[in-house]
Design a protein around this ligand. Structure first.
Ligand code: F6R
Length: 612
């Protein structure tokens, strides 16, 4: 939520910052702003709307002489998305500019304190207090900007990544963070700070994951870091090897479609070097430090939010059916406030694409506090959850830019299949069975590729149903979460109401909704409960519901029940979601496309949810 970027260097500062914002726009896109220091002036521009609106507004500043600047793309929390509430915010003198990602929880008290001292506020944001606090603390005798910045960091409570510039120290950006991400990029004669590394892809060769509560002082000439007592620290520079291609759309009209099509390769990436076909096993180095605990655990708990929670729910089916470990799945936002019963006999998996989701991070901390073993399943390398979990597995899906998760869902599932196989074998599964499962797992990328071949039919179905106001998605077993995920994708990007249900639950309520206007999407692979699902389809058909079935290629019976049949390859029941979800992602995509929605940046959403 919200993206911040800062630049200190000799290249054109304004275009560099705008470019950085574009790459961070997935984090928030309701307004944007920029502040650069030029010839002893703090030039601030803000625009409601997209970064492209800000870009148009700042075209005349492209060549402005400036060696330092900060910028922000917003996902509103406090104060509606408009120009006044957009960041950067400035102090009363207009000499200090700041950008902020997160929430200042004690901003009301601070605002009163500052107003009592004569500060004038112009916005409705929590953020503005930061600029005024720095201004206020600068008034103390002998105080430097650094002193005032540190005092401000100590006065605010909540979650924050902050970057500040000031005319009193015109070549420098000051930055710090707590519970919101901040990374620093070191380039050649230029340095960056940002919410993630994408703004400095192609320009920085080293990265610093700034520890929380440390201060970064970033100038073109170098980067210094300090603790809150102004003691100099030795930052850890890591090699940074991201590629620009990974954050470009290529020939695809939308990132979401590109990411849907990447899935076969990304699943292969998740398996590479980890799936051991000959041994019928999987080896994940990240699990080694806790391997004994994994085998001895009385219970697994998987916690996550949104799509990652759907992956967690599939994980339950995998862990219980194959690895035979009792598994609970919990929304991170619920678990953290429930006084959960967790202890040393439990292994808690937290799943997160971004590795920054506030609730998932809080769950991780809570589980650790209670003595449980914690493992992260994360996409973004170096993210807070990845670092704090310490132990875990990267899904290697690469940057996901489309706000609606697609490839990271299937990559999360891919990693869960490997963990399931490894634990299953560790707990006594025969090599023969392991080999059979490993070869089925190995066939998933090819099956995912075939599932992508359904796109033309899916487009036709999308045209047929694009005006429906409601959809029902039904699935059973491991495909119940597939149904939930299909419904979530549709809601997110088309704004059509959709519900996912376990098939058999339909008659306990949702069946009342069914009439000739209700499209019902059944995920109905030929697995152990196939016949039962057919009976439920009959019930929908009897009430004139319109049926779209995701069924297997060799299913000859299904045409007699469904209005449309999307055929995908058959696999083991618990592996099915990896293949079956693909047409559902495509269906949401094509309906949203038909309706002219902003597919990669749906309204009200942000990719990285760093607030509760
Ligand atoms: C849905 C979606 C969200 C995220 C959720 C958790 O398409 O993207 O529901 O899955 O916000 O995010 P992560 O996985 O980053 O923790």
């Amino acid at each position: 939520m919200c993206g911040i970027v800062g630049y200190a260097g000799k290249e054109k500062t304004v275009p560099t910052l705008i470019d950085g914002l574009k790459r961070l726009e997935y984090r928030g896109y309701d307004s944007a702003g920029i502040a650069v220091i030029s010839e002893n002036n703090l030039v601030v521009k803000k625009a409601a709307g997209k970064v492209s609106d800000l870009e148009a507004m700042t075209r005349n500043l492209t060549g402005i002489k400036s060696a330092v600047g900060i910028a922000h793309t917003r996902w509103a929390t406090h104060g509606e998305p408009n120009e006044v509430n957009a960041h950067p915010h400035v102090d009363c003198t207009g000499r200090i500019g700041i950008v902020h990602n997160g929430i200042i929880e004690n901003y009301k008290a601070l605002k009163t304190y500052l107003e009592d001292r004569g500060h004038r506020f112009v916005s409705k944001t929590d953020t503005e207090v930061i600029a005024h606090l720095i201004e206020e603390f600068m008034k103390k005798e002998g105080a430097t900007f650094m002193d005032a910045f540190i005092e401000t960091a100590q006065a605010i409570k909540g979650s924050y990544a902050i970057a500040a510039v000031s005319l009193s120290d015109p070549g420098t950006i000051y930055a710090t963070h707590l519970s919101s991400p901040l990374v620093i990029g070191q380039g050649n004669g230029e340095n960056f700070i940002a919410s993630d590394a994408s703004p400095f892809l192609g320009r920085a060769s080293k990265i610093i994951y700034l520890p929380e509560n440390e201060i970064a002082v970033v100038a073109a000439a170098g980067i210094k870091t300090f603790d809150l007592d102004k003691r100099k620290k030795d930052p850890v520079f890591e090699k940074f090897e991201g590629t620009l291609e990974s954050i470009q759309k290529g020939n695809f009209p939308h990132f979401m479609l590109k990411e849907i099509y990447e899935q076969p390769e990304r699943i292969e990436d998740a398996f590479r070097g980890r799936l051991l076909l000959q041994e019928g096993n999987a080896f994940l180095g990240g699990l080694s430090p806790v391997w004994d605990k994994l085998l001895k655990a009385k219970r697994f708990v998987i916690s996550a939010c949104g799509t990652s929670w759907h992956a967690a729910l599939v994980g339950k089916y995998m862990f219980e059916e194959i690895a035979r470990v009792p598994t609970e799945v919990d929304y991170a936002s619920e678990l953290r406030y429930r006084n959960p019963i967790l202890g040393p006999d439990d292994v808690v998996f937290v799943i997160s694409q971004s590795g920054e989701t506030a609730d998932t991070l809080a769950t991780l901390r809570e589980a650790k506090k209670r003595g449980a073993t914690v493992l992260g399943i994360v996409n973004v390398v170096g993210s807070t959850i990845a670092r704090e979990a310490g132990v875990g597995v990267y899904i290697h899906a690469g940057p996901e830019i489309g706000v609606a998760s697609t490839k990271t869902f299937t990559s999360q599932l891919a990693v869960l299949t490997l963990i399931t196989l490894a634990i299953g074998r560790g707990k006594g599964m025969s090599k023969e069975k392991g080999k059979f499962i490993a070869s089925e797992i190995n066939s998933l990328p090819e099956k995912a590729r075939r599932a992508l071949g359904t796109e033309n039919l899916v487009r036709e179905i999308a045209r047929t149903f694009k005006d429906s106001r409601n959809f029902l998605y039904l699935g059973r077993g491991a495909n119940f979460p597939t149904a939930l995920e299909g419904a979530l994708k549709l809601k997110e990007i088309s704004y059509i109401h959709a519900e996912g249900y376990p098939v058999a639950e339909m008659k306990h309520g949702p069946i009342a909704l069914i009439d000739e206007n209700m499209p019902v999407v059944f995920v109905v692979p030929k697995d152990g409960i196939y016949e039962k699902v057919l009976s439920n389809m009959e019930e929908v058909k009897a009430r004139k519901g319109r049926i779209i079935a995701i069924a297997n290629e060799d299913d000859e019976y299904i045409d007699s029940l469904a209005d449309f049949v999307i055929r995908v390859p058959r696999t083991l029941g618990w592996l099915g979601p990896i293949v079956n979800v693909i047409p559902l992602q495509l269906l949401a995509y094509h309906i949203a496309l038909e309706l002219g929605r902003l597919i990669d940046q749906p309204r009200n959403l942000a990719k990285s949810v760093t607030v509760e």
